[in-house]
Design a protein around this ligand. Structure first.
Ligand SMILES: Nc1ccn([C@@H]2O[C@H](COP(=O)(O)O)[C@@H](O)[C@H]2O)c(=O)n1
Length: 266
């Protein structure tokens, strides 16, 4: 079946994504309780102990809430860079040495036929990363929790077939919303979260030959709506002269309260 994935949950209430090939299966982040992740995996006919490892993007609780319990229960290796390990150790509890794996930022590793590339992103965590997954000539890129898309990130995301891209908020809804000003400033800043417009602008530079689907992710439940996110991204694309046919490219949804269907990347 080739490279495939399901976003189990997306948003500030918890993030987790499964990426699989016929020979490897990994989880990116465990932002829900270990019990809930097991339940969602079962729904997708995956057993926790069959995973080959967990890749951590950063230490914020919506990405590591269930990490310790889940990894210990299934004796899974956890991959993160050294500074992220340092930042999350006190919250995830004791992890046996054999499960602690250091994956430096901007490095590449392979598990069976799955190639995993980590890349640095701009977010207010100690050393946050995104991941690209490649197998069978297909590329899936995960890009959430980033304040802006740097040229380096842009180069990393090039030639993706499918992307999971942050579209956190509508700027006007956020500005008028009830969050305290310091949190609004954080979200809008360079180490915060991508707005719908910023996601659209990034896509203008990424909508090249191979990109077929983009899953809008990490939507705020306070300051966004899926239809608004899609409309804004499409408007930015059209304003910049990017028009596409429905059979060429699609904007897809992720959810905070249910998994996406399996997507076979290519
Ligand atoms: N009281 C709050 C609410 C949210 N945050 C952080 O803001 C970011 C965006 O959150 P959404 O739920 O609106 O997507 C996210 O990083 C939250 O953790 C906060 O710090 N305090």
């Amino acid at each position: 079946m080739g490279l495939r994935f399901t976003v189990l949950s997306s948003g500030s209430t918890g993030n987790a994504t499964v990426v699989s090939t016929d020979s490897a299966s990994v989880l990116v982040d465990v932002g829900l309780s270990g019990k809930k992740i097991d339940e969602l995996l079962r729904e997708r006919e995956i057993a926790g102990q069959d995973l080959d490892g967990i890749f951590v993007t950063h230490e914020h609780s919506d990405h590591i809430k269930g990490l310790g319990a889940f990894a210990r229960r299934h004796r899974l290796p956890i991959y993160a860079n050294e500074r992220t390990w340092g930042a999350m150790l006190r919250t995830i509890g004791e992890i046996p040495d054999e499960q602690r794996k250091i994956l430096p930022t901007d490095s590449v590793m392979e598990i069976a036929d799955l190639r995993i590339e980590s890349y640095a992103i701009s977010h207010d965590a100690i050393e946050p990363v995104g991941y690209c997954f490649l197998a069978d000539g297909a590329k899936l890129s995960l890009a959430t929790d980033l304040g802006y898309v740097s040229d380096k990130v842009m180069r990393q995301l090039q030639n993706s077939d499918v992307m999971v891209l942050e579209s956190n908020h509508d700027v006007d809804m956020l500005r008028m919303g009830r969050y305290p000003w310091n949190i609004k400033r954080r979200i809008l800043g360079d180490t915060g979260h991508l707005s719908n417009e910023a996601a659209g602008e990034a896509l203008c530079r990424l909508l090249t030959g191979s990109l077929r689907r983009v899953y809008l992710a990490h939507l705020s439940q306070e300051h966004n709506l899926m239809d608004l996110a899609k409309l804004t991204v499409n408007t930015v694309l059209e304003d910049n002269g990017y028009f596409y046919q429905k059979d060429e490219f699609a904007l897809c949804e992720t959810y905070h309260d249910r998994p996406t269907l399996w997507d076979v990347v290519k």
